[in-house]
Design a protein around this ligand. Structure first.
Ligand code: GLA
Length: 360
């Protein structure tokens, strides 16, 4: 059988931080970096995945798929979920390549999951609608990898559209795309400090959000308005109030951001990004000194309209909104100043907004 190549992109979260598991709104975009799996069916039950980037292979039997706490859990978890949901998947081998930095908050894990799912659909001639693919991949991450993420990363990787942002309603799980103004570009700056979300802090924030909603008598924080929250301030422990304020504020910012994008109001959109980061730093406490330094430097840089941490936080990267053409000078100035301020090197990528998962 001829080899098939399936590609799935990473994503940036533009606004809507930690809102997905609170059934809220997110604005994201798939980027022109991602993971590719090139593979073919085999005649037996073995799965062999080679990755020169990871420096090792993952080998398993489809009749006995168990998490091994290695990178192989992401693709193998997807195979397991396909099997659990009754899809006739057999043995296959694939080579994995990636140009997404791991631990940058750009969803390299979702990209490998979605690329695996896309390959399985093609190799085994399955009919699976895109939302189901995103959900299956989230299930793999929740149940097999053990990371309680929401739908943001997988949905962004599946539904990405060139030159468009993705507006995701995480309650109804509906996706809309919003045209991204032509004269704007995205700059991703990796702080050099890796984040690892399988750890406890992500889950702790999640629990705090659920507890805040419960105390406010709401199903989730999606159902709480800013007015309600302000009125209930004294009924909540200060920590839970801050956590809730972040989510409620982020939901509002996403809705405003969608309108600003539609009206090509880039400065106002950028301002929302700075506000979002400030709320992460102070209310949700999922930033780091390095990410804060990057955002402060960005706020002083001519040509950067907005900047914030992107993804789960606790390390990783920032995303900044810039005017097209400004990238080269900003890159140079930002990396120099970051080095001076923190002693660290940062990696900077200018990202185009790309198409979602596809067969190449
Ligand atoms: C990680 C998770 C997502 C989402 C973001 C924060 O990327 O995987 O589900 O919760 O953090 O918005």
């Amino acid at each position: 059988m001829k080899a098939v190549a399936a590609h799935a992109p990473g994503r940036v979260e533009l606004l809507g931080n930690h809102t997905d598991y609170n059934e809220g709104y997110v604005l994201s975009a798939a980027i022109d970096r991602g993971v590719t799996l090139e593979g073919r069916r085999t005649e037996d039950d073995r799965i062999t995945l080679n990755s020169s980037a990871m420096g090792m292979a993952a080998v398993a039997n489809i009749k006995d798929l168990r998490p091994e706490k290695t990178w192989g859990d992401y693709p193998l978890g997807v195979v397991k979920c396909f099997l659990d949901e009754g899809f006739p998947v057999g043995g296959f081998e694939a080579e994995i390549t990636s140009d997404l930095p791991v631990g940058a908050g750009l969803s390299s894990s979702a990209a490998i999951e979605v690329a695996t799912a896309t390959l399985l659909v093609k190799l085994f001639e399955l009919e699976v609608d895109p939302l189901r693919i995103a959900r299956l991949c989230r299930r793999a991450e929740n149940e097999f990898v053990g990371m309680n993420c929401g739908l943001l990363d997988q949905a962004s990787s599946v539904f990405g559209k060139e030159h468009h942002a993705i507006f995701l309603d995480c309650r109804s799980e509906t996706v809309k795309t919003v045209a991204f103004p032509n004269d704007l570009a995205l700059l991703v700056t990796h702080s050099g400090v890796k984040h690892a979300l399988v750890g406890g802090e992500y889950n702790e924030r999640r629990e705090q959000c659920f507890e805040a909603a419960k105390r406010l008598g709401a199903r989730t924080l999606r159902d709480v308005s800013l007015e309600q929250l302000l009125a209930a301030r004294n009924d909540l422990p200060p920590l839970l109030y801050k956590r809730a304020l972040h989510i409620v504020g982020e939901n509002d910012r996403v809705l405003q951001g969608v309108e600003f994008l539609k009206n090509n109001e880039a400065e106002r959109f950028g301002k929302l990004m700075f506000e979002s980061h400030e709320s992460s730093r102070f209310n949700f406490e999922n930033s780091t000194p390095e990410l804060d330094a990057l955002v402060v430097l960005a706020s002083k840089e001519d040509g950067i309209l907005g900047s914030r941490l992107t993804g789960g936080g606790f390390g990783g990267a920032t995303v900044s909104l810039i005017r097209h053409g400004a990238a080269a000078s900003i890159k140079e100035s930002l990396s120099l100043k970051y080095k001076e301020l923190t002693g660290n090197d940062c990696e900077i990528y200018v990202c185009d907004i790309a198409q979602g998962a596809r067969i190449l």
